[in-house]
Ligand binder design. Structure first.
Ligand SMILES: [Zn+2]
Length: 241
């Protein structure tokens, strides 16, 4: 089954310009999970669902993750019309599936929307996290011969994940739980996992102890933290050699 068989054109109504349009979306239950990376990125067989996460209005250029697509105040809407829609000129090819470059362009439109919307730190963080993961998948999809391109993509991944971590730390201090739809424990587990991925050892330890002292932490969550700890310690060992 190809990626095109796992997506369909879903109808949306733009909250900015009121246009009706269709956007490729992953069919429910069609993406089969393979495994999960250290920082909780889930990998699927024959498809990268992250490529389809941005809904982009082809008429006015407004773009957002589905979770935030309809959340626009009157003030934000006016700003978006003035600063994005008026100058938006982009012709989209009608496609049956997106490649990584299509997806990156869509995320860039979503970042632009978020800047104009003056979105919360959590929304920027979530975009950065997904963009970082998208670059990882892109790099992994390339042939070993394309070392230079792979290295460039890995560098982008690292930058976006670092930005995600910084936005999330601020969101954690300033915003109310749930953040990005995650309860406190899930969000802290994501932060701890990101720290391990990014080799931020001090911060990783801080979040691990916060989680382990949380009375709501289940055995499953604690086991995950012990796995992360082991990973962090083994990497510490490598550094000292
Ligand atoms: Zn629109």
């Amino acid at each position: 089954m190809s990626e095109a068989d796992k997506v369909f054109k879903k109808s949306y109504k733009c909250p900015i310009c009121d246009s009706n349009f269709k956007s490729l979306t992953v069919k429910q239950g069609k993406a089969r999970m393979i495994d999960t990376d250290i920082d909780l990125k889930v990998n699927y067989r024959d498809i990268e669902p992250l490529k389809y996460d941005i809904i982009l209005c082809p008429v006015c250029g407004y773009a957002a993750l589905e979770r935030y697509f309809d959340r626009v105040s009157a003030f934000q809407r006016k700003n978006i019309i003035d600063k994005i829609c008026q100058s938006f000129r982009y012709v989209f090819e009608d496609k049956d599936e997106f490649d990584y470059d299509d997806a990156i362009t869509r995320y860039k439109f979503a970042f632009l929307t978020s800047q104009v919307k003056m979105s919360k730190h959590s929304e920027f963080g979530f975009l950065c996290l997904k963009m970082g993961w998208l670059y990882r998948s892109y790099a992994n999809s390339l042939d070993e011969k394309m070392q230079k391109k792979k290295a460039e993509l890995k560098e982008q991944e690292k930058n976006y994940l670092n930005n995600a971590f910084n936005y999330f730390e601020t969101a954690r201090a300033k915003e109310q739980s749930p953040i990005c739809g995650m309860d406190e424990l899930t969000f802290d587990t994501l932060l701890a996992s990101l720290c391990v991925e990014l080799q931020k050892k001090e911060e990783a330890k801080k979040y691990m102890s916060i989680i382990l002292s949380n009375r709501n932490a289940t055995k499953r969550v604690k086991d995950k933290i012990f796995d992360l700890k082991e990973l962090l310690d083994s990497e510490n060992g490598e550094d000292e050699e």
